[in-house]
Each structure stands twice: as structure tokens, then as C-alpha cells.
Design a binder for this molecule. Structure first.
Ligand SMILES: Cc1ncc(COP(=O)(O)O)c(C=O)c1O
Length: 483
């Protein structure tokens, strides 16, 4: 088991993502106070855990829910999440107008389906699908669903190949770095695929070609390459991994496809590193996913997945839904889901264009590089990445700093409202504790300078008042701090 997974987003094991449980009988009848200003009778309350017998006026309900939510963090000071925390008012208006549209009702909302189709085409261009390849894709709720679909297509294709050749198809495996996001572990567990993790080691914080190739055999359904790693924002070298897999094919005869998890990079690399070959320019790349709600700049939940050719997507995974008296093929884990995010993705595409996305991502990178350089100069920290791939970087305390930990630094920053996560790396670097900063649209140079000033101040405090170990019962709470 790893320690806490990267905050972006999940970790396995206990403590991850509350599955909510019925509360203890002693508090099941607890009441929520209603502010006397909102109602006419004093002392009014509503049950906290049961459906109230009667309703209330909309303004009262709105105010009560708002009051509950004030303890949530301030999204703009949240440097933990990759997910969009600001959209302009026009986009918010559009999303509100589309809130009632159900993405699956292609027949009722054909124009939403048309916008999805345009988005898929725009992305196939951005990801350099070869002309005439008929690259095929769809929107999803996010990258997790997109990865699940990408993984299923790999599994189905591998199984079909094995069965057609009369070979055993009982023990599929998937090769990836131990730095993968938790969705790949879910995929493996849910579909009973053996996960073959290449561990992280000092000096190699993500998957490289030779290590990936060494784990492949005839049961490998594919290799996952991440653009870029949730742990430190670095891009995995897709071309190098592909070349190593070419050698596997020549020497051992196994033709292993690559799925690129471009959750963040799918919307960054086309604008910041257009020369970098990580997408369908690499022939071994069978499929790519990205989160529209990360650097695609849409509020959560929209993701995208794309296959190089329609036959990379096995027919029997595709279901048909009604569409204008005909049938439209779909591939999804859900049925109903909101259409607003797809409309907002299209809005962003036409609102910003290539140049706009370039400017937004450049500005993020400038801020990331400025912040990482400032942190490197501060003294106690060492950078693991600078924010040159994704505008995301990780840093740790120098080995000789023993009076306090990154968890202390993270907690002290929180006093001012900054949410900068601290966490330990996955295998084999579970002893390395780091902090990570994700720079997103809207995090200005100004805010970056304020953060640097606060970080400097808090480090001084910690140098003068080193922290002792927290009591064991709260240790896990600090380690699991994530967005
Ligand atoms: C590399 C990577 N893959 C997949 C995901 C899951 O994405 P989503 O939150 O869109 O489901 C993330 C989220 O941070 C990620 O960083």
C-alpha cells in the first residue's frame, strides 16, 4: 500500500473518498438551527439527517445551504486541485441555461450532440489524428471514466486477439508507473487486470521506456503513459516508451499499444509544447484521454477520450441510443449526465481559440516558473520539478532540515487560507514527503508573490519554533490532506 496518493485526486485504501454511512443512532434526530432572521417563529429547527416533514421558502433554503457551505475552502487559494475553479460570467450563464439538458438524450437535444461532435473533431486535430483515420471519441464525466473506457478498449482488443489465435486470455496485465492516478488502479481492480507498476526511484519520478518494456509480455493489454504525472507535473516520454515497445515487438513479437493519460497535458502540450510528439503522431498511441474540467478550463465534470481509428474501439462495447429517428453509437459507463459542461467546453473553444488557450497556459507556466524559482531560492527547499511541462511542480525539504516537515509547512500556510498539499510519494519512494503546487488560470503573479511572502514568513516561524511530532491519532489527518 502506498501512503496518501496524490491529491489531485484520490488515493487508495482507508480514508479515501468518504463512502457515507448512516450516522450513529444517538445523533440521528439532531436538528439544524434555523437563523431566527430567516423565519417567523423563534427556535425553529429542521432535522439534520432526516427528510423534514414540511418544506420552507426558497430564500430560506438557499440561505441555509449557503450558510453551511461557508466553511468550504476558497477556490482561488486552492493550489491542490487541477480542476477549474473559475469561469467567466458568460460561461456560467450558458451552463445555467443548459443545466436541464441530459447528454444522453441525443434525440431531444440534437444540438448538444452536435457540439459534442465538434469538440471531438477539434480535439482530434489538436492531438494530430492522421488525416482520414476517422479518429473516434466522446465526452465523459471526467478523465476517470475516460481512462476506464480507454482501458476497456485495450482489454477487449487484447482478448479478441488472443482468442482468435486460440491462446489463453485469462491473465491480462497493464503496465504503468507507480505514479499513476488512482483511476488506473480502479480500472485494474474492477476489470481484474493485473496492474504492473514500475516503481519510482530517486532521480526517476515517472515511467521511462526501458522499465516499461521490461514489464511487458504476451498478456500485456497496453502501457499507460501519463502527460503529466499527478505527483509532480512531469511528462512521461511517450516517444521513448513507444520506441522501447517497438523493440519488444521486434525481439519478442508482442505488439503493445499505448494509452496516453493526458488528463491535464491533453490541454497543455498542444499549446505549450507543440513540437513534442506524445499524441497520435506516435503510431503506437491507440487512445488518449483528457479532462475538459482541468486545463480544458471547464467546471467539473467533463472529460474526453479519443481512439486513433474506429477499430481501436471494439464494436461490442458500443451501444446505440435514439437520435432523430435513427441510432447513435455511444460508449459510456453512465446513462444520464449533464450536457452543460459540453456546451461550456465548446464555448471555451470558440471564445479562446488556439491563441487564447496558448495565452492562458503560457501565463500559468510563467507563474509556475516564477514560484518554483522563488521557492528554490528560499533555502530550505529542493525542487523536484520546476513547472516546465505542466505548470505544476513538486518540492521537498532538504534532507538536513529535521526540525519540521512539509506537513507543518502545509498546515501553517493553511492559517492564511492557502491550500498547498503535502503528501508522500508512492512506491518505492514512500519515505519522500513533498509539497505540490498546481498553477491554474486565475492564479496571478500578484497572488504568487503573496504566497512566496507567506511561505517565507512561515518557514521563519518554523525555524524558530520547530514542530514536535503530532499525536498519532491526528497524524493520518495531516497525511491525507488533499483537495
Ligand atoms: C493523470 C491523471 N489521470 C486521471 C485523473 C482523473 O481525472 P478526473 O478527476 O477528471 O476523473 C487525474 C486527476 O487528477 C490525473 O491527474
Amino acid at each position: 500500500m502506498h501512503g496518501p496518493r496524490g491529491l489531485g485526486d484520490g488515493r487508495r485504501g482507508e480514508g479515501f473518498m468518504p463512502l457515507h454511512t448512516q450516522v450513529d443512532a444517538s445523533i440521528q434526530d439532531d436538528e439544524l438551527d434555523v437563523n431566527p432572521v430567516y423565519v417567523q417563529e423563534l427556535g425553529a429547527g429542521i432535522p439534520r439527517y432526516r427528510l423534514p416533514a414540511h418544506g420552507m421558502l426558497p430564500r430560506t433554503a438557499l440561505q441555509m445551504v449557503r450558510d453551511e457551505l461557508i466553511l468550504d475552502g476558497n477556490a482561488r487559494l486552492n493550489l491542490a486541485t487541477f480542476v477549474t475553479t473559475w469561469m467567466e460570467p458568460e460561461a456560467e450563464q450558458l451552463m445555467a441555461e443548459c443545466a436541464a439538458k441530459n447528454m444522453i438524450d441525443k434525440d431531444e437535444y440534437p444540438q448538444t450532440a452536435e457540439l459534442e461532435q465538434r469538440c471531438v473533431n477539434i480535439l482530434s486535430h489538436l492531438w494530430n489524428a492522421p488525416a482520414g483515420s476517422q479518429a473516434t471519441g466522446c465526452s465523459t464525466t471526467g478523465s476517470s471514466e475516460a481512462c476506464m473506457l480507454g482501458g476497456m478498449a485495450l482489454l477487449w482488443r487484447w482478448r479478441a486477439r488472443r482468442q482468435a489465435a486460440g491462446q489463453d486470455a485469462a491473465r491480462p496485465n497493464l503496465v504503468m508507473g507507480s505514479n499513476v492516478q488512482v483511476c488506473w488502479e480502479k480500472f485494474c481492480r474492477y476489470w481484474q487486470v493485473e496492474p504492473r507498476f514500475v516503481p519510482m526511484v530517486p532521480g526517476r519520478l515517472h515511467l521511462r521506456g526501458a522499465e516499461a518494456a521490461a514489464k511487458c509480455d504476451e498478456n500485456t493489454i497496453g502501457v499507460v503513459a501519463i502527460m503529466g504525472s499527478t505527483m509532480d507535473g512531469s511528462y512521461e516520454p511517450v516517444l521513448e516508451i513507444s520506441q522501447a515497445l517497438d523493440r519488444v515487438q521486434t525481439e519478442q513479437g508482442h505488439d503493445v499499444p499505448i494509452h496516453v493519460d493526458g488528463a491535464s497535458g491533453g490541454f497543455v502540450a498542444p499549446f505549450l509544447q507543440p513540437e513534442l510528439e506524445w499524441d497520435f503522431r506516435v503510431p503506437r498511441v491507440a487512445s488518449i484521454n483528457a479532462s475538459g474540467h482541468k486545463y480544458g478550463l471547464v467546471y467539473p465534470g467533463v472529460g474526453w477520450v479519443m481512439w486513433r481509428t474506429p477499430d481501436a474501439l471494439p464494436e461490442d462495447l458500443v451501444f446505440k441510443v435514439n437520435y432523430l429517428g435513427g441510432e447513435m453509437p455511444t460508449f459510456a459507463l453512465n446513462f444520464s449526465r449533464p450536457g452543460a459542461q459540453v456546451a461550456a467546453q465548446y464555448y471555451n473553444f470558440i471564445r479562446l481559440g488556439r491563441q487564447g488557450y496558448q495565452r492562458v497556459q503560457h501565463a500559468c507556466r510563467d507563474v509556475a516558473l516564477h514560484l518554483s524559482a522563488g521557492i528554490a531560492k528560499m533555502g530550505p527547499f529542493e525542487l523536484l520539478t520546476e513547472g516546465r511541462d505542466l505548470p505544476v511542480f513538486a518540492f521537498k525539504l532538504r534532507d538536513d532540515i529535521t526540525g519540521y516537515s512539509v506537513f507543518d509547512v502545509s498546515e501553517r500556510l493553511r492559517l492564511r487560507g492557502w491550500q498547498v498539499p503535502a503528501y508522500t510519494f508512492p512506491a518505492d519512494l514512500t519515505d519522500t514527503a513533498v509539497m505540490r503546487i498546481v498553477v491554474r488560470n486565475g492564479f496571478s503573479m500578484d497572488l504568487a508573490n503573496l504566497l512566496l511572502a507567506d511561505l517565507r514568513k512561515q518557514v521563519k516561524v518554523l525555524e524558530h519554533h520547530p514542530q514536535t511530532q503530532p499525536p498519532p491519532e491526528i497524524q493520518h489527518m495531516r497525511e491525507s490532506f488533499k483537495h
